[in-house]
Write a protein that binds this ligand. Structure first.
Ligand code: GLA
Length: 384
């Protein structure tokens, strides 16, 4: 759907002209998984799949939502609303309203929304909805909330309203992604650098394969992994009293994790080595060494599979198939895991072979149908 189409849909649904329209993209994380909530480093890119929201202010306190994808309406009153079980998609919007309302009075709104980010595929459709909503509310109410504040508010909506203790990566990249760039983010200081993506001039592309396994973050082991990392920090303080998160442990102290019980040891080892891989990956991008970059993607997958234990048979199979194609530089699971998608860096001349292999073998060996997408590094959220 484009601007004109969502505008028309808004006019048809609310019999009102001239809505304000915003766009927020999904994301794929190239490397740096489960590091954000450990104050570590990540390297995502915004993708050319997005959510569009068209909205206008009302004179009362009601919020009227219409989802074109679900063909569903959801209405709530800003003076009194909670999480809803029906039309759970509306919770992301409700959550962002709730976070604004802590400091800022809001007017009611009419909103129509539509998206083409595959849902439950680990491509952050929910973060895009939160970020898009935050930007829409900001612009409709003519607030001067900064992008970083909007990002934090969107993350809080997910943490405190929806109930998923996610890190800040997804909201950050959806807001601040840039065309033809990947974003290197320090999740502690929130300092970031947009690094030019060298893939195109190497005639290579980023391919996402959706495994077809939807595993909502809410009922996943995500929060358990987070707790295990916190436990590991508490215990490692015996050796390194100054640390406050796994981010503070460099590769030179990796041996210390051996004192932890097996699960905690593995979780900590993943985070410590993954932080190093992200930093190395950025250097490789800057020096145009995409072969080495791809190798780090492969190593990241092994670490997520064996140490962090958030992969699954199907994701492992896609990664194996991807890596067996001669033109593949690297492949790994991406996002929270337990289903969702993989990301691969593949020479353009091998894309057809890559697709054919995955489509044929994955469908044969599992009960799922994979979906394959080629995404380009894209611009972050904005009014259009
Ligand atoms: C989800 C979360 C992110 C991040 C990733 C794993 O996408 O929303 O904050 O933790 O999982 O890297």
């Amino acid at each position: 759907m484009n601007k004109a189409e969502i505008k028309k849909a808004f006019q048809e649904h609310f019999s009102q002209d001239d809505p304000l329209i915003v766009l927020a993209p999904g994301r794929v994380n190239l490397i740096g998984e489960h590091t954000d909530y450990n104050d570590g480093f990540v390297l995502p890119m915004a993708i050319d799949a997005k959510i569009l929201l068209a909205g206008s202010l009302r004179t009362d306190k009601q919020v009227h939502l219409y989802s074109l994808d679900y063909q569903e309406e959801n209405i709530f009153n800003l003076d009194d609303f909670t999480v809803t079980k029906e039309q759970a998609w509306s919770n992301y919007i409700r959550g962002v309203c709730a976070m604004f309302l802590k400091t800022t009075p809001l007017s009611g709104m009419n909103i129509v929304l539509q998206g083409d980010i595959p849902q439950g595929a680990g491509l952050s459709s929910s973060a895009a909805l939160e970020v898009g909503t935050a930007l829409l509310i900001r612009n409709l109410h003519k607030l001067n909330t900064s992008p970083i504040e909007l990002i934090k508010l969107a993350q809080q909506a997910e943490n405190d309203f929806v109930g998923v203790k996610c890190g800040i990566m997804d909201q950050f990249i959806s807001m601040l992604g840039s065309k033809d760039h990947v974003l290197f983010l320090d999740c502690r200081s929130l300092e970031y650098e947009l690094v030019p993506a060298p893939f195109r001039h190497h005639n290579a592309s980023i391919i996402v394969v959706d495994s077809g396994i939807k595993r909502g973050l809410v009922d996943s082991e995500y929060n358990l992994r987070r707790n295990q990392c916190e436990q590991a920090v508490i215990q490692l303080k015996q050796h390194l009293p100054h640390i406050t998160s796994l981010r503070d442990i460099g590769i030179e102290h990796l041996h210390l994790v051996n004192s932890l019980e097996t699960d905690l040891c593995k979780r900590a080892r993943h985070v410590i080595t993954e932080n190093k891989r992200v930093q190395d990956a950025v250097e490789y991008l800057k020096t145009d060494s995409i072969k080495q970059f791809g190798k780090l993607m492969n190593e990241s997958h092994v670490s997520l599979r064996d140490d962090y234990q958030v992969s699954c048979r199907e994701l492992d199979l896609i990664v194996e198939l991807a890596q067996s194609v001669p033109g593949t530089y690297g492949a790994r699971m991406t996002g929270a895991g337990f289903g969702g998608s993989t990301v691969s860096l593949v020479a353009d001349s091998s894309i057809e072979q890559f697709k054919a292999k995955i489509l044929e073998i994955y469908a044969k060996q599992t009960k799922y149908t994979p979906k394959i997408y080629i995404y380009h590094p894209s611009q972050g959220a904005r009014q259009i």
